[in-house]
Ligand binder design. Structure first.
Ligand code: FAD
Ligand code: NAD
Length: 472
């Protein structure tokens, strides 16, 4: 009998398993995915086909693009620049195998047992494992954590084929497509569209909605759309894909925009219209665990209606983000140990790893308007930040929103260099209940791009030093 059995070894599952074992529980992690050599693929979507390989390609393609377009302003001239896509892909694959192999090491070091197979909860305390050879084994568990993650959504108008791929396929093109279509201008569409655009593809992004990045602050959405178009991404909003036709070496696609039907031809098409949770055939129907709108229903502590069955990560409500899943994994392990750990769902950071990056935490202006909260805005452009100018990265701004009455920081939104790291600084301050004045009175190293956060905080109270303030 195990104290804790975790189904799924993604960032939600493997972190939950490690923490459970650290707390003294006899812990097993079940993972169904295996590589070509029959070895377990630990790490889930994030390590194998998500966060890590996409960031490896974003960084490599950015270096190539810089060498091609941006280094000359620094006085660095490169003749005969050449792209070695095979080397770029090998580097990405090596990083993935280093990190996934690292999880096995972490399991060993933390005494987490692991088994390869597909897990299904068949009764409150029993999990059936179907092994790769088809044989079955039942495992007894006092507590069960479901962390089975998510998969890409396929659409009828563009079913996957040789030339129509999901995000996983788009991480392994063998050559740079001349004409690349992307369905969905969400996070994956923008990140992977940027990768291939930097490497030379002519990229068209078709987005069904009329709004660009509606979940972000409206200033960010406006300014980033302008910048991405300038970079060469042809982003078509209000465009609904109606059909695709597979040709020998390409695909033909029809979409409707403003009542006009438009046809385009692409070498490859990436479909990135969101992900759906892996909830099918994981929990026996008679267990009484409710699945609603494709998600396992849980309370704020990730506990299902069956008290010893928990669910974390992409299979439950909330943003599909690795860090959110990991924190839930830790919380559940600690709750099983009868600690009072919580996740602060008000402070989940979001990052889009384009160049410049987009990042935010807390409320945006629209949300504050909707909830009727009076707020101050402090906005500081990177064009007025010395370090950003020194590195020729002066696009974008930091926008800080604070409560008009209490001065508490309510949201921080950044489009620009090191946006993710600047938002992380703000998040730590917010976690400790900081006001804009607390940030204003904090010393920031000079010259750093983080000084833009300092100035945005000052600006929210009309005290900015390096830009003009609003009339008092
Ligand atoms: P997963 O990582 O999906 O892991 C679930 C695991 O469970 C898988 O290994 C699966 O094989 C296994 N499994 C499923 N069913 C069973 C079963 N019945 N039995 C046994 N095993 C099973 N998030 C970020 O925060 N930052 C990023 O930069 C980022 N980039 C991304 C880029 C891409 C291209 C994609 C696709 C996603 C990205 N994400 C990013 C999202 C992130 O990958 C997910 O939110 C995260 O992996 C979810 O973690 P999880 O543990 O819930 O599920
Ligand atoms: P998404 O929800 O970010 O974006 C999907 C986009 O596709 C939306 O803008 C939506 O309006 C559009 N869309 C939906 N149906 C469409 C259709 N039929 N035609 C045209 N457009 C359509 O989803 P995603 O980009 O697939 O990413 C999935 C999840 O993975 C995200 O929710 C995110 O949480 C996670 N992710 C995170 C990161 C990161 O943190 N940097 C990176 C990649 C993925």
């Amino acid at each position: 009998m195990f104290d804790v059995v975790v189904i799924g070894s993604g960032p939600a599952g493997y972190v939950a398993a490690i923490r459970a074992s650290q707390l003294g529980f006899k812990t097993l992690c079940i993972e169904e995915s295996i590589d070509d050599n029959g070895k377990p693929n630990l790490g889930g979507t994030c390590l194998n086909v998500g966060c890590i390989p996409s960031k490896a390609l974003l960084d490599s393609s950015h270096k190539y693009y810089q060498a091609k377009k941006n280094l000359s302003v620094h006085g660095v001239q490169i003749d005969k620049l050449k792209l070695d896509l095979d080397a770029m892909m090998s580097r990405k694959d090596e990083i993935v195998s280093q990190l996934t192999g690292g999880i096995s090491g972490l399991f060993k070091a933390n005494k987490v047992e692991s088994i390869t197979g597909r897990g299904k909860v068949i009764s409150k305390n029993v999990i059936e494992i179907t092994k790769p050879d088809g044989s079955k084994e039942n495992i007894d568990a006092k507590n069960i954590i479901v962390a089975t993650g998510s998969k890409p959504i396929e659409i009828n108008a563009a079913p996957y084929s040789k030339h129509i791929v999901d995000s996983t396929g788009a991480l392994s093109f063998k050559k740079v497509p001349k004409k690349l279509g992307v369905v969905g201008a969400g996070i994956i569409g923008l990140e992977l569209g940027s990768v291939w655009s930097r490497l030379g593809s002519n990229v068209t992004v078709l987005e069904a909605l009329d709004d660009f990045l509606p979940m972000s602050d409206s200033d960010i959405s406006k300014e980033s759309l302008k910048e991405f178009k300038k970079q060469g991404l042809d982003i078509q909003l209000g465009s609904k894909v109606i059909s695709t036709k597979n040709m020998k070496n390409s695909i033909k696609l029809s979409y409707v925009k403003e009542d006009n039907e438009i046809e385009m031809e692409f070498d490859k098409l990436i479909v990135a219209v969101g992900r759906s949770s892996n909830v099918d055939n994981i929990l026996n129907d008679d267990l009484g665990v409710s699945i609603k709108n494709g998600l396992i229903e849980v309370d704020e502590y990730c506990q299902t209606s069956v008290s010893n069955i928990w669910a974390v990560g992409d299979v439950v409500r909330g943003p599909m983000l690795a860090h959110k899943g990991s924190e839930e994994g830790i919380m559940v392990a600690e709750r099983i140990a009868e600690k009072h750990t919580e996740v602060n769902y008000d402070l989940v950071p979001s990052v889009i790893y384009t160049h410049p990056e987009i990042a935010w935490v807390g409320k945006n202006e629209n949300e504050l308007k909707e909830s009727g909260i009076d707020y101050n805005i402090g906005k500081f452009p990177f064009a007025a930040n010395g370090r950003a100018l020194a590195v020729s990265e002066s696009i974008g701004f930091v926008k800080l929103l604070s409560d008009k009455k209490t001065d508490a920081i309510l949201g921080v939104h950044v489009f620009g260099p090191a946006a993710a790291d600047i938002v992380q600084q703000a998040l730590i301050a917010m976690e400790f209940g900081a006001s804009a004045e607390d940030i204003s009175l904090t010393m920031f190293s000079h010259p750093t791009v983080s000084e833009a956060l300092h100035e945005a905080a000052l600006a929210s109270n009309n005290q900015a030093i390096h830009i003009g303030n609003k009339k008092q």
